[in-house]
Design a protein. Structure first.
Length: 405
């Protein structure tokens, strides 16, 4: 029984009723002009249904009509903040964008016709059933009233009062059924077009890509800073040399400051703040990465061939992050081992290679989750390049090639 009567207690049932009655109001206005509503015949009632249709079609041709109908449908046909039962996101299936094609206009016209036809039918049925309720009340009270509805009354006397709840329930369940029908038709006739769905999918893809980029930025920057700090602190403790400890603390401070700048940059993106922020580092600033690795005890040899300053900004920035991740992996998994870094710009390509001896007992390469190396490959792929990571003889190699055009 609660499930049967549940829809009657939902606020959205009555907002759907109001949505239909408001559409009927337009039909009644048109009918009052022609053919008139003074004792109309059946034929004239049919004209009341037909006369508004040309105006509805003309209104549907206006692009903003689809937005207006979509907003009304979202507010009045689906459970939301105004309803006792929270909605399940169904309103998102109704578009609130203006018509962008003739197909959109056609679907809007069909929606307007359906809304007015159903609304007028519900309004007429509501009026007739409420009139029947008044007749039943009068008959039960022994005071017959003027016949208001075409339904004949039984000669039950006071027992006619028993029919009043039946008529009211019939009215309410008619409202529930027509409201449900309108809620099912709304996504079909007012739903997003193929172009809108494609635009929404592209926007969602862009958001996911941006989230992945931010995750990579945090992984590379913060991971590098923490790795350097751990290695430096361990080396300072083992050395027991005040001068070395001083240099280690300087390196930790500098690396931490750079990581804080990167973190602030990412937080600004997340907050969508409008104030200017410092740019992301490029390969021309790679010296601080190399100095940080050297300060941690690693022996880093670097060879540079070609003009790095000619590398486009996006490529240079991603190259910096790739080099940062490669050096971080060396320090994290191999310790202070000799590292060879080669940067070359030639034949419209940037080649970046980092090599280091494999740690003892790890012939397959460094351990870990592999998320850093996966990030290296993703960065390269997004720029149309390629990356190879893995053992090469007795060394571990990170070899990346990126187009610079």
């Amino acid at each position: 029984m609660p499930r049967f009567l549940g829809p009657l207690a939902r606020t959205v049932t009555y907002t759907r009723w109001l949505h239909l009655l408001s559409a009927a109001a337009f039909a009644f206005v048109c009918g009052a002009v022609y053919p008139g509503l003074s004792s109309p015949s059946v034929r004239e009632w049919l004209l009341v249904y037909v006369v508004p249709l040309p105006f509805l079609v003309a209104f549907a041709l206006v692009p903003a009509a689809r937005r207006a109908e979509g907003l009304q449908a979202r507010l009045m046909l689906f459970p939301g903040g105004h309803a006792r039962v929270a909605g399940g996101g169904e309103e998102d299936r109704v578009s609130v964008a203006p018509s962008a094609s003739w197909r959109d206009r056609g679907r809007t016209a069909l929606w307007l016709v359906l809304r007015v036809v159903l609304g007028l039918s519900v309004a007429l049925a509501t009026g007739q059933l409420m009139a029947l309720v008044l007749e039943l009340i009068g008959a039960a009270a022994g005071r017959p009233v003027e016949t208001l509805s075409p339904v004949p009354l039984p000669d039950w006397g006071r027992a006619n009062a028993l029919l009043i709840p039946v008529v009211l329930l019939a009215l309410l369940f008619m409202v529930v059924g027509t409201g449900w029908l309108m809620a099912r038709a709304a996504p079909v006739l007012l739903g997003p077009s193929a172009a809108e769905r494609l635009a929404s999918l592209e926007a969602r893809t862009e958001r996911l890509l941006e989230r992945n980029r931010i995750a990579r930025e945090l992984h590379d920057s913060i991971g590098h800073a923490l790795t350097v700090a751990v290695v430096q602190a361990g080396a300072a403790r083992a050395a027991g040399d005040p001068a070395f400890t001083e240099r280690a603390l300087d390196a930790i401070e500098e690396t931490g400051r750079a990581a804080l700048e990167d973190l602030e940059r990412v937080l600004v993106v997340l907050r969508e703040a409008e104030q200017p922020v410092s740019g992301r580092p490029t390969l021309q600033e790679a010296d601080r990465l190399l100095d940080s690795a050297r300060a941690s005890g690693a022996k880093v040899e670097v060879t540079v061939a070609g003009p790095l300053e000619t590398v486009p900004g996006p490529v240079s920035r991603e190259g910096y992050r790739i080099l940062q991740e490669a050096l971080t992996n060396v320090l994290r998994h191999c310790g202070t081992v000799p590292v060879t870094v080669a940067l070359a710009v030639a034949d419209e390509r940037l080649t970046l290679e980092v090599r280091n001896p494999l740690p003892t007992g790890h012939a397959s390469g460094p351990g870990g989750t592999g998320s850093g190396l996966r990030g290296v490959r993703e960065r390269a792929a997004l720029l149309g390049g390629q990356a190879r990571t893995g053992p090469l003889g007795e060394e571990w190699q990170v070899h990346v090639e990126l187009p610079v055009t």
